[in-house]
Design a binder for this molecule. Structure first.
Ligand code: HEC
Ligand code: HEC
Ligand code: HEC
Ligand code: HEC
Ligand code: HEC
Ligand code: HEC
Ligand code: HEC
Ligand code: HEC
Ligand code: HEC
Ligand code: HEC
Length: 319
């Protein structure tokens, strides 16, 4: 029951800090706040474009690395429309002032996407969304990452290729997410886990980091629908259903990994005893006298079909 409140406080706290920081960064930020994040329109209004060839003169190495990426190849060599043919300036904005001042860090009002870039995150992201707002990013606006001011470039490195696919900020999806979700990454290293660290599946098999209409950024409508994609046999239909299974697989499993067998959230019999009190058991095999026996044998030794049963006498999930 505490979690949603904590999260709300966390979000409010985060927003507070961000507001505070943006006040520090933009002492007279009313103009910046009024300006809608529409870089395309803004760019068209300011005629300060100078062309990628000029940039290449001073940024040869950067240019070569970028040209070797899928996006760079397309934008620099095979542009398909006027936006794409802006090349470097399609992302960094008009470069005339930067060039005329002889270049330099923070010179000429470019959008640099670096850590100390004063450009608001929303505006930086809008640059990318000019070309990428469809598809997986349909629900970016209002998503947990968008609303917490996570930048596209927190997860993507654009100017050079550091991941084998998708221009990620780190070598793998897990490392990319692990920059912030330290605990989730740590869980993938626990003794019981799905094959994430083995490279057979990854965070994005279950989550769409760009935003969804579902809880927890899940690709499917619910936790269970997510699990059924690969564990179809657990869907049933069953003659005898075990209510917590139907309700949420995460009642008993942590999909990110655990130190208990089969990714259980806690050891048996405690797992079961959260909901089933001792006295409920007719033969009380977990009464104090028999405790050690039960701990050794656990509840599922007898109740083996814990996810549901189709046996005519399976009401106790023993078959
Ligand atoms: C698709 C958008 C995009 C295009 C096009 C683009 N850049 Fe960048 N640039 C970025 C981003 C984002 C960063 C921040 C670092 C990163 O993500 O790689 C960056 C960083 C840089 C930096 C800072 C040094 C560095 O590597 O971090 C330079 C210099 C630079 N870009 C120059 C250029 C030049 C020159 C071109 C054209 C050849 C160009 N950029 C085209 C998005 C772009
Ligand atoms: C006369 C040389 C020169 C030209 C031409 C030039 N730059 Fe730069 N630029 C520099 C220097 C020097 C730096 C600072 C050192 C660095 O980051 O490489 C710089 C830095 C940058 C940065 C990083 C800014 C920051 O604040 O961290 C970006 C992005 C960039 N240039 C983009 C461009 C783009 C886009 C063009 C073409 C429109 C361009 N530059 C043309 C010399 C130049
Ligand atoms: C002017 C249009 C344009 C802009 C602006 C733009 N992109 Fe792209 N992007 C492309 C094109 C074209 C491709 C390659 C074709 C494709 O996959 O659709 C691409 C591909 C990508 C890919 C997939 C790379 C791969 O290897 O599959 C990523 C990730 C990406 N862009 C991120 C970004 C980010 C982050 C930004 C903002 C910093 C950005 N893009 C800005 C046009 C753009
Ligand atoms: C929280 C991390 C994260 C953020 C933030 C993020 N991405 Fe991604 N993005 C990923 C990952 C991971 C993939 C690889 C997708 C996969 O494994 O299916 C990806 C894939 C992509 C792709 C290529 C595949 C596709 O879906 O077309 C594009 C383009 C892209 N992202 C653009 C963006 C843009 C634009 C933004 C900002 C609006 C953004 N991303 C923000 C993590 C992120
Ligand atoms: C730059 C930091 C950062 C990175 C990188 C990042 N996240 Fe997040 N993520 C956040 C923040 C901030 C939140 C919102 C606060 C919270 O609930 O913890 C969040 C929330 C989430 C949530 C919970 C959403 C909800 O509705 O409760 C999921 C799921 C998630 N991220 C998955 C991912 C995945 C998958 C990746 C890698 C592709 C990733 N994140 C990378 C910062 C990040
Ligand atoms: C097999 C599917 C699956 C994979 C793989 C997966 N997740 Fe999740 N994740 C879920 C489900 C289901 C939930 C919601 C759990 C719940 O209801 O308690 C969730 C919740 C989350 C949350 C938010 C809830 C919380 O506990 O704070 C974050 C953040 C998150 N996942 C990050 C990640 C990251 C990072 C990775 C990769 C290292 C990852 N997930 C891999 C299924 C998955
Ligand atoms: C993308 C496919 C995929 C999805 C989605 C998925 N799993 Fe798995 N799961 C696997 C694979 C692969 C294995 C390991 C291979 C095996 O032994 O069957 C596994 C193994 C398991 C195991 C046994 C772990 C062990 O230690 O033996 C459990 C429990 C499990 N998954 C639960 C879940 C739950 C709960 C969900 C939904 C939150 C889920 N899985 C979603 C692919 C998936
Ligand atoms: C009431 C607790 C509980 C719930 C809820 C639950 N499980 Fe399990 N699950 C277990 C237990 C206990 C085991 C270990 C069984 C054993 O001891 O052999 C297990 C084992 C597994 C395994 C590995 C062995 C096998 O049977 O294939 C998978 C995969 C699995 N569960 C998937 C799921 C999925 C998918 C859901 C949601 C539809 C789910 N579980 C819901 C308790 C639960
Ligand atoms: C989150 C709560 C929860 C957990 C955890 C849980 N159960 Fe249940 N279980 C239920 C509910 C609710 C019922 C249905 C009770 C009813 O219909 O009266 C049920 C029914 C049963 C039944 C069928 C008998 C009956 O009363 O209908 C058995 C046997 C059973 N559970 C065993 C287990 C075992 C073994 C575990 C541990 C692996 C476990 N349960 C974990 C909630 C839970
Ligand atoms: C030695 C085998 C065995 C073990 C171990 C065992 N049970 Fe049972 N359980 C049974 C049998 C047999 C029944 C049905 C009794 C009957 O029909 O009289 C039953 C019935 C139940 C019922 C249904 C009670 C009712 O009101 O109908 C629940 C709930 C249950 N067990 C939970 C558990 C839990 C939780 C554990 C672990 C702490 C556990 N069992 C361990 C054999 C076992």
């Amino acid at each position: 029951m505490r979690r949603p409140i904590c999260r709300l406080l966390g979000v409010l706290g985060g927003v507070g800090v961000l507001l505070f920081l943006s006040v520090l960064a933009f002492p007279s930020s009313s103009a910046a706040q009024q300006a809608p994040a529409k870089p395309a329109a803004a760019a068209q209004a300011t005629d300060g474009f100078i062309g990628s060839d000029t940039c290449r003169g001073c940024h040869e190495e950067v240019d070569q690395k970028f040209a070797a990426t899928k996006m760079g190849r397309l934008l620099l060599k095979h542009p398909r429309n006027s936006l794409e043919s802006r090349g470097c300036e399609g992302c960094h904005g008009p470069g005339k002032a930067h060039v005329e001042a002889g270049g330099g860090k923070g010179v000429g009002g470019l959008i640099s996407f670096s850590k100390n870039d004063p450009t608001p995150v929303e505006k930086r992201n809008a640059v990318c969304l000019q070309c990428h707002e469809k598809g997986a990013r349909l629900f970016w606006q209002g998503s947990p990452h968008e609303s917490r001011e996570v930048a596209c470039t927190n997860c993507h490195r654009v100017m050079e290729q550091v991941s084998s696919r998708f221009q990620l900020a780190k070598e793998s999806v897990i490392d990319t997410c692990g920059q912030c979700h330290l605990q989730k990454r740590a869980q993938t290293m626990r003794s019981s886990h799905m094959p994430l660290r083995e490279g057979k599946m990854t965070c994005t098999d279950c989550h769409n980091p760009h935003g969804t209409v579902t809880p927890a950024l899940l690709r499917e409508n619910s936790t269970n629908e997510t699990c059924y994609r690969c564990h179809a046999e657990k869907r049933g239909p069953f003659l005898y259903v075990h209510p917590p299974v139907q309700e949420n697989c995460a009642n008993c499993h942590d999909p990110h990994g655990s130190n208990h067998e089969k990714m259980l959230k806690m050891a048996k019999p405690r797992l079961c005893q959260q909901c089933h009190i001792e006295t409920q058991h007719p033969t009380t095999p977990f009464s104090r006298a028999a405790e050690s026996r039960v701990l050794g044998r656990s509840c599922t030794t007898c109740h083996a079909n814990i996810h549901g049963s189709n046996h005519p006498s399976g009401q106790n999930f023993k078959r």
